[in-house]
Design a protein around this ligand. Sequence first.
Ligand SMILES: *Cc1c(COP(=O)(O)O)cnc(C)c1O
Length: 396
Amino acid sequence: MTNGARVPPDAIYLDYQATTPTDPRVVDAMMPYLVQRFGNPHSGSHPFGQEASDAVERAREQVAALIGAEAREIVFTSGATESNNLAIKGAARFLKSRRHKLVTVATEHKCVLESARSLVAEGCELIILPVGRDGLVDLDRLRAAVDAQTALVSVMAVNNEIGVVQDLAAIGAIARAGGALFHTDAAQAFGKVPLDVAAQRIDLMSISGHKIYAPKGIGALYVRRRPRVRLEPLFSGGGQERGLRSGTLAPALIVGLGEAAEIAGREMAAEAARLSELAAVFLARLGPGVAVYGNRTARIPGNLNIGFDGIAAQDLMAAVPELALSVGSACTSAEVEPSYVLSALGLDGEAAASAVRVGFGRFTTEAELLRAADRIRGAVAGLRAPDLQPRLERAT
Ligand SMILES: *Cc1c(COP(=O)(O)O)cnc(C)c1O
């Protein structure tokens, strides 16, 4: 049952890290593959299959081009969750008898952490590294954690809650020096920051379509060929995608991902500059008294995780219902648990509970962000006004 929720006409979408709208240019590219060009790309015996297969191969090249990979190193999946599962479980299971340790980080996406945790029952040893107050991994701690038993180092490229960008090249070099594979969950990075699998020594990279203006339900995993990375597949079946991912490919979705990758590559620099400008304008309009969580420079421009001292995120969001904001916290019944990502930064409970994620992107206008900032500023003042000593009150 649904509750009949409707998006109000004055709503402003500020949750681009949760998902993005599909770019109309991406939809245009996809449409023919839903109707006229409906062939099964694995039906090589007739042109219906061949035209679908050609479209898939072109998309493979478009995705590969954005990360300096070869087309045949791209495996299409249903999204970054599947890619992360395939990379982590696939690599760990393949290497288990020789190397049984996995190293990851406390602020990873749940699907990375849960994939890694599930392998402990299969005999793997799991090391979860902390992050600093800025959300970045301490490279010395990473270096100390990687040894001759380490199968895989998995560190995300950009964090989905706080937007910080890890130093992938340094992490890749540490993994490579220890003879371990380096996997990165690049769901929030692909198409937004430059990535290069050679320079950054990445062996496995997870990609999601719906974070870069392609539809939900499509993603990819980059799997290095030289030196060759071997994975145990998750699915049994027809052996599609080099045996790594059985199942009929979805040409329309794949064409959408390819088109989205190409657009992102073409527009990345200009878009990043525009979003950085918008972030600065938004923060300036919010005025003083706003905290920004996570490293202030090593970050993607379309994400701000902000908080106001003594104001709970839930109260702020309730006061600005037309703003589609989010909190990195899981609400279970009446209790609100602070986000594990913000807790990992060492924020105290009240600071973590004040944090609101503001995500903006390709279709966000300056007018929208100015309006959002004014509404948030007004709401903060309103929440403070009824009680001139809010912090004293809360402390009792
Ligand atoms: C969205 C996201 C995922 C999951 O991607 P899906 O394609 O929705 O499965 C994984 N990791 C990060 C960092 C994400 O932002």
